[in-house]
Design a protein around this ligand. Structure first.
Ligand SMILES: [Zn+2]
Ligand SMILES: [Zn+2]
Length: 251
């Protein structure tokens, strides 16, 4: 399996990172894709990639890190892209949950990073908190773009629009939360456009809700997806791995 979204490089894992990665491997996870946040963590992310061959970096500027200095931050991202290849631009997008004071700048950073992804022919990982419809509207303007709405938690209609844009839905611990409504979405859309993620250290599934999340907990997500969809756990693992391999062009 592939955890398509885990911040394994953050300080939450400084004490036991190799152990957490071993545990993930034992749980059947062969790759951990790491979404970037901003220049304060790019170098630790790239170090984790160097020390652990199963961890693979994206690059990008997270919408919550879009502040006064975002032009500088975008330059940093672009410099990395000139230096080497990345599997995806992420995580990028819009977040109107915490702070809307940089709303226009968030749109600008999102669109400019999308254009970079299109130029480099790589997918994007979208963060869309309180902004799913806005993100869909942006993505609809780029027919050649592909990617994932990470931590999807919208409704059936939004899921359909996302799939129509050739995007995947990243499903993680939220699927185990009561009243999240993701069961309805999964029943409607099936598994052909779903990839697995944790967003570790955040959003741990029940019964670890509120605790540190880690890639090995993907197992809990696959069990829940199996229960909801009627597919066996084995089928869920195969389908989501094939979807992620295709999307991120993994070998
Ligand atoms: Zn996110
Ligand atoms: Zn994230």
């Amino acid at each position: 399996m592939i955890d398509t979204h885990a911040h394994i490089y953050l300080p939450e894992f400084d004490k036991d990172r190799p152990y957490v990665i071993d545990k993930a491997r034992e749980a059947g996870i062969t790759r951990i894709l790491m979404p970037a946040i901003d220049s304060t963590t790019h170098s630790t992310m790239l170090k984790s990639e160097e020390s652990h061959p199963e961890c693979i970096s994206m690059i990008g500027l997270h919408p919550c890190s879009v502040k006064e200095n975002y032009e500088e931050e975008l330059k940093v991202v672009n410099n990395y892209i000139k230096e080497r290849s990345f599997i995806a631009i992420g995580e990028i997008g819009l977040d109107f949950y915490w702070d809307v004071s940089f709303r226009e700048q968030q749109f600008d950073a999102f669109q400019r990073q999308i254009e970079t992804a299109v130029e480099n022919n790589i997918p994007i990982a979208i963060h869309s908190r309180n902004a799913v419809n806005e993100c869909i509207e942006v993505v609809q303007q780029y027919p050649e773009l592909r990617g994932v709405f990470h931590c999807f938690s919208g409704d059936v209609q939004q899921a359909r629009q996302i799939i129509d844009c050739n995007f995947m839905l990243g499903i993680g611990g939220v699927v185990t939360f009561k009243n999240a409504g993701l069961d309805k979405v999964i029943k409607e859309i099936g598994m052909n456009n779903v990839i697995l993620e944790t967003d570790a250290p955040y959003l741990a599934p029940v019964p670890f809700r509120g605790k540190r999340n880690e890639p090995a907990y993907i197992k809990i997500v696959t069990e829940m997806l199996s229960r909801i969809s009627g597919y066996s756990i084995d089928e869920i693992e195969k389908l989501t791995t094939a979807n992620a391999t295709r999307l991120f062009n993994l070998k």
